[in-house]
Design a protein around this ligand. Sequence first.
Ligand code: ADP
Length: 230
Amino acid sequence: MASSAVALEDVPSVDMMTELLRRFKCSSKPDKRLVLIGPPGSGKGTQSPVIKDEYCLCHLATGDMLRSAVAAKTPLGIKAKEAMDKAMKKPSCEKGFILDGFPRTVVQAEKLDEMLEKQGTEIDKVLNFAIDDSILEERITGRWIHPASGRSYHTKFAPPKVYGFDDVTGEPLIQRKDDTAQVLKSRLEAFHKQTELVIDYYAKKGVLAQLHAENPPKEVTVEVQKVLSS
Ligand code: ADP
């Protein structure tokens, strides 16, 4: 056994029971492979945990494994492909996954489809977090993040219980360096130029679902639930 692994007898019973219950609950859920598309600040990270828990999916964020491929502008580089293959085989991905922030280009979307086809699967649904650009600056500049979990807060729209600290762990929150009005502008330009074509790509395949991402978080959650239960 690897030195970092925890012996089963040392796992607290309550953790084991929680995990067993989760697996039992999840065994009856249908498989789902989802893509979340939307500009920065549209609420993807806020909705992901809700979708993940309800449908027993794993959350695969670009940041975790695909950033290098995206930065190198390789469609879906060997490294990224390997990382993705591996990630999708984790037990937590057994019922499917949520891809958040990927694919960003049509070429990446095509490569992803090829990869899934080889596994005999496909993307079931793409949630389009449609929102007007004008709303995003306030969302982005007020965003606070708990780095370890990725949980996001907002000074006005989703304040933590204690100012500056994560609700769950009590650890300090941070503001991302690129969460400024100026960086947002260039990220939005890239989004409109490249990622909107990805939306068309999935619309043509008939898997696109539109969300009203400008609505309050709870309303967006209800919309997501409706889309995913249909
Ligand atoms: P993304 O992951 O798409 O970049 P986030 O989920 O991190 O976006 O949301 C950006 C910011 O806006 C966060 O501070 C979040 O708390 C807040 N937020 C998310 N959804 C909503 C919403 N529906 N209404 C108002 N604020 C929201």
